[in-house]
Design a protein around this ligand. Sequence first.
Ligand code: PRP
Length: 210
Amino acid sequence: MSDYLNIALPKGRLGEKAYSIFEKAGYDCSEITENSRKLIFENSGKKIRFFWVKPSDVSIYVERGAADLGVAGKDIILEYSPDVYELLDLGIGKCRMAVAAKKDYREDPEKTLRVATKFVKITRDYYSSIGRDIDVIKLNGSIELAPILDLSDVIVDIVETGTTLKENDLEVVSEILPISARLISNKVSYKFKFDEITKLLADLKKGMEG
Ligand code: PRP
């Protein structure tokens, strides 16, 4: 495995976009688009290997060295704070982390704010930065339901097109930060595969410009 560059890609739409950046840069692996159940693909000529992993697991593979490199959203990086290097903003998977609530919601500053989210750390960091007491309710999906069923006052979640909020009569109350996908590197790999990683980075940048 060691003379290959091992890259963890997030399964799904973001991963497909990420793969096409690698493809454009000359690191293609045609089998990847033909086979939907396989998880590992390699290009022996380029000495590169791609894995499909759950988006929220990319940073775990990279931090522990099972992958040398990975593509992870800034949301995942901030939430899990993995001990990795962030090498490049890939300019894909652009969205915003935002606070949203029901359209008629009026905040009562006297009360502890109930916030439903998948992103507990980002939520705590944001509200502590503005000095607001909160009660975090950790959910794993369908976050938009929480204010509708009065499980929470607001949510902290990703907004991309805004369609999910709109279709559930919710609206953005405030924006926390912009998100996009980043290329991350395992710290040991960065040292020992420095030449290969530097070459890949230069090729990716060139591919992204062209
Ligand atoms: C994310 C997020 C919102 C939705 C926002 O969910 O949690 O529900 O996308 O996108 P939009 O603004 O374009 O409507 P995702 O699809 O990742 O699934 P999840 O329910 O597992 O969070």
